[in-house]
Design a protein around this ligand. Structure first.
Ligand code: DGL
Length: 264
């Protein structure tokens, strides 16, 4: 019998759960460790050097403690700046989450695409290069949301933000300059947690692109397909020491604890 594979999923908070649920559906036989560095949430507010140092340090501790076969950085804000250093320092495979600009521009009919991310993600050179390489003939609007990731966390905790607050975060995505925006890239893993509300509040219907299914396919490409009938386990660790058990139960995660040994 071959050993079970371990997949470590990493985010600044609960947003990575939107990626976890797709990867876990594709590889239910794997063991998962979900790590939320929520002591430093939101990552969008951290300066780039501090974020790089923090994630690289934390990853060293996590790799030593859990010996994963693969790590998914389920966070655009981290992936768009830290991936090169992680790949340089550690020899195991990393799958990042970066704005899905290429598929969005390839499928937009009106050629009006918006990228909704944290202010940090939309400012990154990495995101600008994706636009330069893949926008083709599309007009791409970058929208840095200041509070949306926090609203997504609040929604999961049962204290949803009001419609006006949500509407003002997404309003700049909707361009109507003779042609209307028809595609919005969800460039923060927290935003799919709000997908129903984002659909309701859109001034006209758009295609919201969630990268999670593509990330799950990439994990299967690298690790191979589901290999066992028996489901694996999932543990969750929170660097803040505060464990949202009720939220995790909704994602079928029942084993969770404060990550005291990796607190920063
Ligand atoms: N989930 C994170 C992302 O995909 C970001 C939220 C944050 O910590 O600012 O960008």
């Amino acid at each position: 019998m071959t050993a079970r594979q371990t997949i470590l999923m990493f985010d600044s908070g609960l947003g990575g759960l939107t990626v976890y649920r797709e990867v876990a559906a594709a590889r239910p036989d794997a063991d998962f460790v979900y790590v939320a560095d929520d002591a430093a949430f939101p990552y969008g507010a951290l300066a780039e050097p501090a974020l790089v140092e923090r994630v690289v340090d934390l990853m060293g501790d996590l790799i030593n403690a859990h010996r994963p076969d693969l790590i998914v950085i389920a966070c655009n804000t981290a992936s768009t700046i830290v991936l090169p250093q992680l790949r340089k320092k550690f020899s195991l495979p990393f799958v990042g989450t970066v704005p899905a600009i290429k598929p969005a521009c390839a499928t937009s009919v009106t050629k009006r695409v918006s990228v909704l991310g944290t202010e940090a993600t939309v400012k990154r050179e990495y995101t600008r290069v994706l636009i330069r390489d893949y926008a083709q003939d599309c007009v791409v609007t970058l929208v840095g949301a200041t509070a949306l990731a926090g609203y997504a966390e609040a929604e999961l905790h049962g204290t949803p933000a009001g419609d006006t607050a949500l509407r003002s975060e997404i309003a700049p995505c909707f361009l109507d300059d003779g042609a209307r925006t028809d595609t919005i890239v969800l460039a923060c893993t927290h935003y799919p947690l709000l997908i129903e509300r984002l659909r309701q509040l859109a001034p006209w219907p758009v295609n919201y692109i969630d990268p999670a299914p593509a990330i799950a396919r990439r994990v299967v490409d690298l690790l191979g397909p589901n290999a066992a009938a028996e489901p694996g386990s999932t543990r969750a660790l929170f660097t803040s020491g505060r464990v949202p058990q009720t939220v995790l139960a909704r994602f079928n995660i029942r084993s969770a604890k404060p990550a005291a040994s990796i607190s920063r």
